[in-house]
Ligand binder design. Structure first.
Ligand SMILES: *[C@@H]1O[C@H](CO)[C@@H](O)[C@H](O)[C@H]1NC(C)=O
Ligand SMILES: *[C@@H]1O[C@H](CO)[C@@H](O)[C@H](O)[C@H]1NC(C)=O
Ligand SMILES: *[C@@H]1O[C@H](CO)[C@@H](O)[C@H](O)[C@H]1NC(C)=O
Ligand SMILES: *[C@@H]1O[C@H](CO)[C@@H](O)[C@H](O)[C@H]1NC(C)=O
Ligand SMILES: *[C@@H]1O[C@H](CO)[C@@H](O)[C@H](O)[C@H]1NC(C)=O
Length: 729
């Protein structure tokens, strides 16, 4: 879209944008206020056929969601619109698609001004003759949408009856009020689903809410007097924050504080704060919604064309109706519901007519059919035979000794995988005394190194279990953000993510306790001659696949949509069996669901591993990690470090080198001499090919991690030719 004018304060802008295109029109910097008779025309750039919203955005975060929307249930469909303050001081949007949208209908004054403040409040104020403010006539803070900004109120004005509450969007595309609301009832934040209490925050105490660990940059304000009862918060100077209520009942802030997790009270294992809901007797604790591809059976049994319903409503209706087996939304914009009554057969890869639905399945269902057991048996036999098969093949090539150790390793790693999957979320709080005992009083001998946010110690619990303790620097500003982040993300369990065993908070101490990784990091192994020998080609493949799966999990399958942002060899730890574990989530960001990219001024990461759009513009997305993964792949294949462009030895840049060799058809030269093996040539070339796809200059062209995983496992698929990576000039 072309450029447009916008009203902007130092940190926020008021911009008209298309509903369907996440971002605002780029705007030529305007002023911060409109005077009577003036307007802010949006004439050239409204796309016909689109629905437009007037919204306020953090300018530092332009790709992110609006913090306020003026016309959430009245999108503008015309091609002309003008936000204006008329001669009488009435603020309105006049547009070619229908009636004007008026904001301060009965509170107007001829001498007035509309201003966008740095706080994000858009205010119409009556002025005295000397230009000073006489009275506030209207303010956007009185009409909250789904976002609570510092200084905004939640509660009620007893004098005017004004009631401040948040209402979620129907879904990420439709801003109209949706399933959830959030109110302040005098002592607690209360979330309701369609009017019924769903979750409450617990009492607000000095340190925060009973049921949420929050970031310590906040000051909370709770006011209760004859005029008003409200809650509000402020932040330490300079910090930018917003608290968002999303369409699935998630309530979180910019820093990863999760007050409430999406869908959290729909489960059997209730979280603190969840209101008790009596589930129907036909549902047991085994039931849950799983997004599955099923064979499209034709028509749903029941449809609900109410376009104010969203996914969360559909799931609640389905859950409460014993004959319902699956549901989904109905229209392409994610509103309305459809329900199924029959058991739907799961689609197999390649089936035509498959459809993704939210299927209510119980683990019993999965256990019943007899053929499942046959599949399990076949898989088990296969897993058992794999090492044997691998040995015999290796032996026949006459390198039996090496082959045997590698096979033993594989066998034990398979066993490990199976037992890992049984682990349950089990994060413990440790006492300072027990950690001190375990680490020998944080002695220097126990020090393993220094991470980004403080030293790391090795320790041994009284049970004999070995641990790694990350002790966050006390004075580090980032310390508690990091602590919170790591704790939240490390709770995501996957066999390729380093496992958090527990944490310790006592006084000023903040520590995270992880499983100990005896083989240290990939960096410690890959770039030293003795270490390289431990990494034969099979082990390297296993490491590559593990990292890919761990990342895919972070990006897609964990409930949080995480971007790691600092993926590099030193953050890949190796367990006893050389299985990779991604670590260090201090710089990771939790993506709002559906935000496809985000911009930051705070670029963290490691030169050489950062893609150009992130290093230069601070734009990051899951493709940022894909790029870093590509660099990792090249390093793993070649046992060489990628030196960033611009450093003295830029000519030795691994990406440039790989691209050059690829062009010449000599890619194999990149492979570490020590692992070159004629039997694995195809695999090696394939790895390099994938790496080059991942480091392509344009983020859109890079594959997703799910695609990478499927390419890595499905060896037959043809691959596109890579376009050039960013090259040193
Ligand atoms: C201002 O208000 C008066 C009285 O309601 C009305 O007649 C007039 O048209 C209004 N002026 C504008 C510019 O809307
Ligand atoms: C505030 O308004 C909402 C929506 O109009 C309503 O559901 C709620 O009961 C009101 N709260 C109070 C305290 O009046
Ligand atoms: C606020 O909500 C909580 C949780 O629903 C409830 O226990 C409490 O009594 C309510 N407080 C007031 C003052 O209504
Ligand atoms: C439950 O779902 C069936 C169809 O799936 C429908 O016929 C029935 O009316 C529903 N019952 C209720 C109480 O909604
Ligand atoms: C969503 O799509 C349906 C069907 O096309 C339409 O009737 C409805 O108005 C749309 N809702 C919104 C908010 O766009």
């Amino acid at each position: 879209m072309g450029s447009s004018e916008c009203l902007s304060s130092a940190i926020l802008s008021l911009i008209l944008s298309c509903v369907w295109l996440g971002g605002p029109c780029s705007c030529s910097a305007g002023t911060d206020s409109i005077k009577p008779g003036e307007g802010l025309p949006f004439s050239e750039n409204l796309l016909p056929g689109h629905r437009h919203l007037l919204g306020i955005w953090y300018t530092s975060d332009v790709n992110n969601k609006k913090v306020w929307v003026a016309n959430r249930d009245k999108p503008i469909s015309g091609t002309n619109a003008n936000l204006m303050l008329d001669g009488n001081g009435t603020l309105m949007i006049i547009h070619s698609g229908g009636d004007p949208i008026v904001f301060n209908s009965n509170q107007a004054s001829g001498n007035s001004i509309a201003t966008l403040l740095d706080s994000g409040n858009f205010v119409v104020a009556a002025l005295n003759t000397d230009g000073s403010v006489k009275q506030t006539l209207w303010e956007s803070f009185d009409d909250p949408t789904d976002t609570l900004l510092p200084g905004m109120k939640l509660g009620i004005n007893l004098k005017t009856g004004q009631n401040w509450s948040l209402a979620s969007w129907i879904n990420e595309q439709v801003p109209a009020p949706g399933t959830f609301t959030l109110e302040w009832n005098g002592t607690q934040l209360v979330m309701k689903r369609r009017g019924d209490i769903y979750w409450s925050s617990g009492i607000l105490k000095d340190l925060g809410f009973e049921f949420a660990t929050h970031h310590n940059i906040y000051y909370f304000i709770s006011v209760c007097n004859d005029n008003e009862i409200y809650f509000s918060y402020s932040v330490q100077d300079g910090a930018i924050s917003k608290w968002v209520l999303n369409s699935r009942g998630g309530f979180f802030d910019t820093y990863g504080t999760l007050f409430a997790k999406e869908d959290m009270c729909d489960r059997y294992d209730k979280y603190p704060g969840c209101a008790m809901q009596e589930p129907p007797t036909c549902r047991t604790r085994d039931y849950q919604f799983m997004k599955q591809s099923v064979l499209n059976s034709g028509y749903p049994s029941l449809m609900n064309i109410d376009t104010s319903l969203g996914l969360s409503d559909c799931q609640a209706i389905c859950w409460n109706n014993c004959s319902c087996t699956a549901c989904n939304t109905l229209f392409t914009n994610g509103t309305g519901c459809q329900f199924w009554r029959d058991k739907l057969p799961r689609a197999q890869v390649g089936d035509a007519n498959q459809e993704e639905l939210y299927v209510l399945s119980s683990s019993e269902d999965i256990g019943k059919p007899w053929w499942i057991w046959i599949i399990i048996l076949v898989v088990a036999v296969f897993l058992f035979m794999l090492p044997v098969f691998c040995c015999s093949q290796r032996n026949s090539r006459g390198d039996g000794k090496m082959g045997k150790t590698s096979c033993e390793r594989r066998k034990s790693s398979t066993a490990n995988t199976l037992s890992d999957s049984k682990d349950i979320d089990n994060v413990k709080q440790f006492s300072l005394v027990s950690v001190m005992t375990a680490t020998n009083n944080f002695s220097d001998e126990n020090k393993l190194g220094k991470g980004g946010f403080g030293p790391v110690y090795k320790g041994k619990l009284s049970t004999g279990q070995e641990i790694a303790v990350k002790r966050l620097s006390r004075d580090s500003e980032q310390g508690s953000a990091q602590f919170y982040n790591e704790r939240l993300i490390a709770k995501q369990q996957h066999r390729n993510l380093v496992r958090l065993l527990g944490y310790c908070i006592e006084g000023e101490e903040r520590m995270l306790i992880y499983e100990f990784m005896p083989n240290r990091s990939l960096e410690d192994v890959l770039f030293v001659p003795a270490g390289r020998k431990m990494l034969d080609w099979n082990t390297r493949c296993n490491i590559i696949e593990g990292i890919a799966q761990g990342l895919d999990y972070l990006h897609k399958h964990s409930r949080l949509n995480i971007v790691h942002r600092d993926l590099k060899t030193s953050n890949i730890l190796l367990d006893h069996d050389m299985n990779p574990k991604i670590s260090d989530f201090g710089t990771a960001r939790i993506f709002e669901p559906n935000a496809s990219e985000v911009k930051t001024n705070n670029i963290v990461g490691t030169p050489g591993f950062m893609p150009p759009e992130y290093a230069m513009w601070g734009v990051y997305s899951q493709k940022t990690d894909v790029y870093s993964f590509g660099v990792l792949l090249l390093e793993i294949v070649s046992s060489k470090m990628n030196i960033p462009c611009g450093s003295n030895d830029g000519a030795g840049n691994l990406i440039n080198h790989a691209w050059k060799l690829w062009g010449e058809g000599n890619s194999l030269e990149l492979v570490d001499q020590a692992v070159r093996d004629p039997h694995s040539t195809t695999q090696m070339l394939r790895c390099i090919h994938i790496a080059l796809l991942c480091v392509q200059n344009s983020a859109e062209e890079r594959p997703t991690m799910s695609q990478v995983c499927s390419i890595l496992t499905n060896k037959t698929e043809g691959l596109p030719n890579p376009n050039p990576p960013p090259l040193c000039t």
